[in-house]
Design a binder for this molecule. Structure first.
Ligand SMILES: NC(=O)N[C@@H](CC(=O)O)C(=O)O
Ligand SMILES: [Zn+2]
Ligand SMILES: [Zn+2]
Length: 345
């Protein structure tokens, strides 16, 4: 077993992050800026970021919310709709946008304006393939006849397989994968397909949502799955395959929205992201695989330079605050009030 007391790694990036806007943005950004050099910023605001001009303006707001002295760099994305014009792709490329996000309409938080049928946007996807912009997918079908726990596996058959056949050189990131089926699919695919993995899906199975009562802070989409799936994801993350990389999907919701008769989907992990991944990798003696997962595989897939500089993780117990301010409200981080075994120093 590889059980180091500390680990120095090249500065990592977060390849899937929700920052929200305005006061919420100002509350959560410092946590990510303290952990990561860059992050792929999700566009599912209300209203969503659908144009290059909106992405540029959102980027400025993010830069303006950085703590004094921070060099954190947001990497911008657009939200695909049925009506995204083909011309927008060139404008996006020129504006420095790196990817577009496919939310099947109704699949998750703020996805109402999403795509109703992927075939409606094929011309736009072809333009992305030409311009070298990546497609990021929330990979769940929205068919109400499909069980919530099967929606990712069914998405592979109904959407991913035909898409890969029709658009073979479009780089696709299967975001926040949660199943053995998705891990196997990505492993078996060619170099144009990769996946992000969240800390919660590497650490927990679906029992966590029901432990001694319903636990809203463990509810995200795609929902946590059985232990067999968690083990497959952890195996993929620590396998040394370059197709898997860090994407927290940290998705802040005010605690009154989580602790409500209808609980919003999303886990807030930005305050302790690297520590949670370290715990997952350490649990299988794979700390030596963490640097590639957190710092190399993402930039390599996106064709961006790797970061310079390093950060250090130490095996040192500390307690995560149970709640922190979130604009006028408050937010409860995943594992808040509990001890963590690793600390970013
Ligand atoms: N993951 C989540 O449960 N929620 C995300 C949306 C998403 O990434 O699907 C959010 O924006 O809150
Ligand atoms: Zn999603
Ligand atoms: Zn997300």
């Amino acid at each position: 077993m590889n059980t180091p007391q500390s680990l120095t790694l090249t500065r990592p990036d977060d390849w899937h992050l929700h920052l929200r806007d305005e006061a919420a943005l100002r509350s959560v950004l410092p946590y990510t800026a303290a952990q990561f050099a860059r992050a792929i910023v999700m566009p599912n605001l209300r209203p969503p970021i659908t144009t290059a001009a909106q992405a540029q303006a959102y980027r400025e707001r993010i830069l303006g919310a950085r703590p004094e002295g921070s060099d954190f760099e947001p990497l911008m994305t657009l939200y695909l709709t049925d009506l995204t014009p083909v011309d927008e792709i060139k404008r996006a490329k020129d504006a420095g946008v790196v990817a577009l996000k496919l939310y099947p309409a109704g699949a998750t938080t703020n996805s109402d304006a999403g795509v109703t049928d992927i075939r409606k946007i094929y011309k736009t996807l072809e333009a992305m393939q030409r311009e070298g912009l990546l497609l990021l997918v929330h990979g769940e079908v929205t068919d109400p006849d499909i069980d919530v726990f099967d929606r990712e596996a069914v998405f592979i058959d109904r959407v991913m397989q035909p898409l890969r056949k029709d658009m073979p050189e479009l780089k696709v990131v299967f975001e926040h994968i949660t199943t053995q089926e998705a891990a196997d699919y990505v492993l078996a695919s060619d170099d144009f397909t990769a996946a992000t993995l969240t800390p919660q899906h590497l650490l927990y199975n679906r029992n966590a949502i029901f432990m001694g009562g319903l636990r809203p802070h463990y509810y995200c989409l795609p929902v946590l799955k059985r232990e067999q799936h968690r083990l497959a994801l952890l195996k993929a993350a620590t396998s040394g395959s370059k197709k898997f990389f860090l994407g927290t999907d940290s998705a802040p919701h005010a605690s009154q929205m989580k602790e409500n008769s209808v609980c919003g989907a999303g886990c807030f992990t930005a305050m302790s992201a690297l520590e949670l991944y370290a715990e997952a990798f350490d649990s299988v003696g794979a700390m030596d695989q963490l640097e590639a997962f957190a710092s190399f595989n993402g930039p390599d897939f996106y064709n961006l330079p790797r970061n310079t500089g390093t950060v250090e993780l130490r095996r040192q117990a500390w307690t995560l605050p149970s709640a922190v301010p979130f604009g006028e409200a408050q937010i409860k981080p995943l594992r808040g009030g509990e001890a963590l075994a690793w600390k970013l120093v």
